[in-house]
Write a protein that binds this ligand. Structure first.
Ligand code: ADP
Ligand code: MG
Ligand code: MG
Length: 193
């Protein structure tokens, strides 16, 4: 992966997050604290600005800068979790996009202690990694992430703020799984793998 490809991916993700900002916040207002859209929009705008200001000359440095920017600009759960995703990807991007995403996913699991089915971003990211591990395309991985996002609706949240609602969290789509589906959509649209 070269830095230009990754910049195109992250810029497209930032654009999708910006366009879906109010929708992401509306999802978080139902089962959280109504800030997921503003958190992700603020973070990804800062990432795009940081990459433009001083373009990293290799893929690992670019992903590291993305992760550190998100950790510093986004509070709450999503800053450290998305930050960890990109920081772990930085360490494995030399092996390719799929293995790097898998390493990022394992970082999210270690950091957040969520398991599949807990109604979090893990439920979109895990299925996408499984598709890529099996040799599937990014389009297939994006579809798996979207299916995982949709499958969060009936779940009862067991991690994050939504878990405070207990059974009342069921019937709502998870905001973080929704933004993660956008991350995979952006990859499918820009990376052409
Ligand atoms: P906060 O909940 O701190 O306001 P955000 O609203 O930005 O942060 O992000 C909420 C999202 O973070 C949730 O929808 C969920 O997908 C994800 N999340 C929360 N806690 C965890 C966790 N422990 N592991 C994985 N993802 C989590
Ligand atoms: Mg929130
Ligand atoms: Mg918050």
């Amino acid at each position: 992966m070269n830095p230009d490809q990754l910049t195109a991916w992250l810029t497209r993700f930032a654009d999708l997050v910006h366009a879906q900002r109010d929708a992401l916040t509306a999802l978080d207002s139902a089962i959280g604290d109504a800030d997921h859209g503003s958190n992700m929009d603020r973070g990804m705008s800062a990432v795009v600005a940081a990459l433009a200001e001083a373009p990293p000359d290799d893929a690992a440095a670019l992903l590291k800068k993305t992760g550190t920017t998100l950790v510093s600009k986004v509070g709450g759960a999503s800053g450290p979790l998305y930050g960890t995703l990109f920081l772990r990807m930085a360490g494995s991007i030399g092996d390719g996009f799929g293995p790097a995403l898998r390493a990022g996913y394992e970082g999210v699991l270690a950091r957040g202690k969520a398991e599949p089915g807990d109604k979090t971003m893990v439920d979109a990211l895990g299925p996408a990694c499984d598709v890529l591990d099996g040799g599937g395309s990014l389009a297939d991985a994006a579809q798996a992430a979207a299916d995982g996002r949709d499958a969060t609706v009936p779940l009862v949240a067991r991690k994050g703020r939504a878990s405070y609602l207990g059974e009342r969290s069921a019937g709502h789509q998870d905001p973080g799984a929704t933004s993660t589906a956008l991350l995979l959509q952006a990859a499918a649209e820009t990376l052409g793998l």
